[in-house]
Design a binder for this molecule. Structure first.
Ligand code: NDP
Length: 308
């Protein structure tokens, strides 16, 4: 049975469903075909998801668009009922590159507007990934242009640290609605989440399963899926460990972005609204924190605006 996630209001008055399907292919296996993204998007809409997260750099916007188009054609949903997020890549940070980059994404998605457009990283690069010296305040002017043209209903950022968020808010006339960052048990990000929330900026949580799912990294800190704290909660609420981790994020006021291309797990990852964790249970999961990231961005550590 389809389960719908509730919506919350963003600081610009638009509303956003609090669970998004992730389509980034960082966890894809070599055997996975890109076409599975189209299928996953369709299954997700069928299961009740109304929010899909993609990005220009994932190179899957066409497949996301095809999954959406099929769902609309089959009468599962209307465009207006969907909330689609995509992101501007680092090599398109000059103000006059932003609108054309979004138009290119929209063309691939087969959409005439995006619900949420994010600056993917505060770092600017040249197309060969060498550093470029473009201030994200300039990029934000391009994002504001996109919103004024009606191409993006809401605009926000991703991977910005607290200093960068403050500087952006102090120097722009449209406040970002979202900061999309990594949050999971080994990287709980409590100070950054609190900072964003204090400014009315909602937080989307990527890589929500942390190292509970295999990332092919050796020596990553616990928890794993057999961790007693997590399995006790799963038994108590008759949910999977994955569902406990997603509920943990929701109970912190975050918007998780679980990625799955498996039909059963896609359905499971939105079946989160018949239980909630106590304050103490959320605090117990916070105890795993080691400020240890799943997504390693240290190759850019010497670039201007690296988000320490
Ligand atoms: P996730 O934490 O969503 O983990 C995905 C992995 O978990 C896959 O291997 C998936 O396998 C597995 N999985 C899914 N559901 C379950 C479940 N219920 N139980 C156990 N395992 C499960 O990681 P991602 O790093 O992919 O992040 C999610 C999304 O966030 C991305 O797809 C992307 O949209 C976004 N993102 C944004 C970034 C940014 O810089 N803004 C950076 C990274 C990600 P299977 O598919 O087989 O179910």
């Amino acid at each position: 049975m389809a389960v719908q996630a509730p919506c919350i209001q963003l600081n610009d008055g638009n509303t956003i469903p609090i669970v998004a399907l992730g389509t980034g292919r960082g966890t894809a296996k070599e055997s996975d075909s890109i076409d599975e993204v189209r299928q996953a998007v369709y299954w997700a809409i069928e299961a009740g998801y109304r929010h899909i997260d993609t990005a220009a750099v994932y190179q899957d916007e066409e497949q996301v668009g095809q999954g959406i188009a099929e769902a609309i054609a089959n009468g599962l949903v209307t465009r207006e009922e969907l909330f689609v997020t995509t992101k501007l890549w680092n090599d398109k940070h000059a103000r006059d590159q932003v609108v054309p980059a979004l138009q290119e994404s929209l063309k691939k998605l087969g959409l005439d507007y995006i619900d949420l457009y994010l600056i993917h990283f505060p770092i600017a690069t040249k197309p060969d990934d060498s550093p470029d010296n473009i201030d994200y305040l300039e990029t934000w002017q391009g994002m504001q242009d996109a919103r004024q043209l009606g191409l993006a209903r809401s605009i926000g950022v991703s991977n910005f640290n607290a200093t960068q968020i403050t500087r952006l808010v102090s120097n722009s006339y449209i406040r970002p609605v979202i900061n999309q960052i990594e949050v999971n048990p080994t990287n709980t990000q409590e100070p950054l989440v609190a900072h964003c929330q204090s400014l009315g900026i909602a937080v989307m949580a990527y890589s929500p399963f942390g190292f509970v799912v295999s990332r092919g990294q050796t020596g990553a800190p616990p928890p794993r899926s057999d961790d007693p704290t997590l399995t006790a909660l799963a038994n108590k609420y008759r949910k999977s460990v994955g569902q406990i981790l997603l509920r943990y994020l929701i109970d912190r006021g975050l918007i998780p972005i679980p990625k799955s291309t498996n039909k059963q797990r896609i359905a499971q990852n939105i079946d989160l609204f018949d239980f909630q964790l106590t304050f103490e249970e959320v605090a117990a999961i916070n105890q795993f924190n080691k400020n240890h990231r799943v997504i390693d961005i240290s190759d850019w550590k010497d670039y201007p605006n690296y988000p320490n």
